[in-house]
Design a binder for this molecule. Structure first.
Ligand SMILES: *Cc1c(COP(=O)(O)O)cnc(C)c1O
Length: 402
């Protein structure tokens, strides 16, 4: 799954280009940088690779989400509808702009349940934020239709689904804006980094300024640049962008390996009739970073996890239901509003209501779900061996829950 598995001489070459000049910052220093502009080059490569008009690099995927929300004008009093299965960064970003995260159920796509979204819409709703978890996608046609009907923004958190497509378009390029993360375990990495993708020039210009203290980036004298609005420092460094530039050129290779290994593993698991698979709205567009699958009950799934643990082979198989990063069930800090600083009153009330909100629809799905991360370095023999061991553990779990 992660691009770091195929780290190599290309990354070192791009980093060395920057180390030669010593200009580690993405803006300014035009003469001493000797034509080396890794961040600008990576932004261009992102627009070309993913087919969008504009890309703004950021220091992380979380910063990209915050930037996208700011540029879309999402702030205090606005409700953002997002799934209960995601990464903590998704709600962190909503809170950071003063807005209200409204968490709703997922369906067997493992992302937003369109019916749950409809039910959650209020006069304060301004944005729907699907999170394309584990390499695959939300039902974007259904969500776009809801956005159109209620005049809402669509912001795609595509941090985990770089290279995946929906009906021929890359995830992250379909909504009003989309975000990628290039953190260390994502499909392509910069070590740390992220990007906002958009086809809207106004949104892009706002992202460009917001990530650099509101600078308008007009002219050649940084000190004389104007600040048309407030911003922060969410800049990426040239060293990070250099790594990303090498990685983005390897993306096609990563995806083809993932697709091959994913198919081989699925082929083995498929032989067990009790195993079913995640619903994929556009199967051709799956980036195949994970194979996500279901067992018939929570107890059987727990027995499978225990069996894999006992054998010491659980690594790479994620049971999100019990995981502290990805599912509402374990987010005590969120539900108990453990903020270091005072959140606004509406945010506090919304978070407290999460304590009693019914997530039984999501529970029934997540408690039976395992996501198996697809390795880039697996040999055919290793896949066969891995698959056989998983099948044996599933059979044991099924037998012990008869
Ligand atoms: C990784 C991730 C992010 C945030 O990325 P960072 O670069 O780690 O800040 C946001 N959303 C999702 C779904 C992610 O997986």
């Amino acid at each position: 799954m992660p691009g770091f598995e195929l780290w190599g001489k290309e990354e070192k070459q791009h980093v060395n280009d920057v180390l030669e000049t010593g200009i580690l910052m993405r803006y300014g220093f035009d003469a001493p940088r000797k034509g080396i502009w890794k961040s600008k080059e990576l932004e261009k490569a992102i627009t070309e690779t993913f087919g969008c008009q504009y890309a703004q690099l950021t220091s992380s995927g979380t910063a990209a989400l915050t930037t996208a929300m700011a540029a879309l004008g999402i702030g205090a009093g606005d409700e953002v509808i997002m799934p209960a299965f995601t990464f903590v960064a998704s709600f962190e970003a909503v809170l950071s702009v003063g807005a209200i995260p409204v968490l709703v159920d997922v369906d067997e796509t493992l992302t937003l349940h369109p019916e749950a979204v409809k039910k959650a819409i209020t006069p304060k709703t301004t944005c729907i934020m699907p999170v394309h978890m584990c390499g695959s996608m939300a039902n974007l046609d259904a969500l776009q239709a809801i956005c159109n009907e209620h005049n809402l923004l669509l912001l795609e958190d595509a941090c985990q689904s770089i290279g995946a497509t929906y009906k021929g378009k890359h995830l992250g390029t379909i909504g009003n804006a989309g975000t990628f993360s290039f953190d260390f375990v994502k499909t392509i990495t910069c070590a740390e980094g992220g990007a906002v993708l958009t086809n809207n020039k106004d949104v892009y210009i706002k992202c460009d300024g917001f990530t650099d203290h509101g600078h308008d980036h007009i002219g050649t004298d940084r000190g004389a640049e104007l600040h048309p609005f407030l911003g922060y420092n969410f800049r990426i460094s040239e060293l990070h962008a250099a790594v990303g530039l090498a990685q983005i050129k390897k993306l096609a290779t990563f995806l083809s390996i993932q697709r091959k290994n994913h198919a081989a593993l699925k082929n083995i698991l498929q032989q067990v009739p009790e195993i079913s698979f995640r619903e994929i709205p556009d199967p051709n567009g799956d980036s195949c970073t994970f194979l996500s699958w279901f067992l018939p009950s929570e107890n059987i799934t727990k027995s499978f996890v225990e069996e894999m643990k006992t054998q010491g082979i659980l690594a790479g198989n994620f049971y999100w239901y019990a995981n502290n990063w990805h599912y509402i069930k374990q987010w005590q800090h969120l539900k108990e509003v453990k903020s270091l600083y005072n959140l606004n009153a509406e945010q506090k009330i919304a978070l407290q209501t999460l304590q009693t909100q019914d997530f039984s629809v999501s529970d029934a799905i997540m408690s039976r779900c395992i996501s198996t991360a697809i390795g880039l370095l697996w040999t055919d023999e290793q896949i066969q061996d891995k698959g056989n061991k998983m099948v044996d553990a599933v059979k044991k779990a099924l037998a012990s829950n008869k």
